[in-house]
Ligand binder design. Structure first.
Ligand code: CTP
Ligand code: CA
Length: 227
């Protein structure tokens, strides 16, 4: 019902959102992940749908219901998330990367359960860097031609404005949303700032859905779609 009162700022637009953590296998029954709840990304997907967009939500392992009217693709690893995003990006007008993608994955996952060998020695895991999904899409032809508007998220523990601005420039994206983590993980509220080439604009602490609607309105405004 609320959705009926949202202005249809993104009618006819296609929005791709990543959300949640990724899960990187160590062996068939173990892996490496993080505490992302996915709530912010699911709120962004819901807000985009409320604004009239066609929304695809690429989700890592989370325990959240799919927002009404949103097409959801479930993935586990960063590489699966990248593949899903690359397959969907050709059709997208807006990409919002909220996922807490694992920066590294076990370099050589075992195809059978790693067993204790009785020696008392623990296995040593080697890691390798995961692909940067946001960077890949932001450097793709569609984004570089201006057809795909890319938005990143960054949780920083300190010096948020400076780190967020540097990260935005490094990824080559017009807009990045910063928040002080990891205190916000799993909570319903968040305190964020919008970082663009002009500077930093704080968004006061609010429920994630309220912040998501503000972000969607801001994206629509920047795309010249009114609002
Ligand atoms: N991101 C991504 N793929 C990755 C890492 C990050 O798509 N492999 C995206 C996140 O979804 C987020 C943005 O990039 O929108 C910033 O993520 P963050 O972890 O803050 O930045 P990193 O570039 O990974 O740098 P670091 O973690 O070292 O601060
Ligand atoms: Ca990271």
């Amino acid at each position: 019902l609320i959705a009926a009162f949202q202005p249809q700022r993104l009618a006819g637009r296609r929005v791709l959102v990543t959300a949640g953590p990724t899960f990187e296998a160590i062996d068939p029954i173990r892996g490496v992940t993080n505490h992302s709840s996915g709530k912010m990304g699911f709120a962004v997907a819901r807000a985009a749908r409320e604004a009239g967009a066609d929304v695809v939500l690429v989700a890592g392992p989370v325990h959240l219901p799919t927002p009404r009217g949103v097409r959801r693709i479930d993935v586990q690893s960063a590489r699966q998330m990248l593949a899903a995003c690359e397959a969907e990006a050709d059709d997208a007008d807006i990409f919002v990367a909220t996922a807490a993608v694992a920066d590294w994955r076990p370099a050589a996952p075992s195809d059978h359960k790693i067993k204790k060998d009785g020696s008392g020695r623990a296995p040593v895991l080697a890691f390798t860097e995961n692909p940067d999904i946001l960077l890949a899409l932001a450097q793709g032809a569609r984004a570089r031609s201006g057809a795909l508007f890319c938005v990143g998220f960054a949780a920083e523990s300190h010096d948020l404005a400076a780190h967020a601005q540097a990260k935005r420039a490094r990824k080559g994206i017009p807009l990045l949303v910063g928040n002080i983590g990891p205190l916000t993980f799993g909570q319903d509220d968040n305190e964020m700032m919008l970082v663009d080439a002009q500077g930093v604009q704080p968004l006061p602490r609010a429920p994630k859905l309220v912040l998501a609607r503000q972000l969607i309105a801001e994206i629509a405004r920047r795309m010249g779609a009114g609002g």
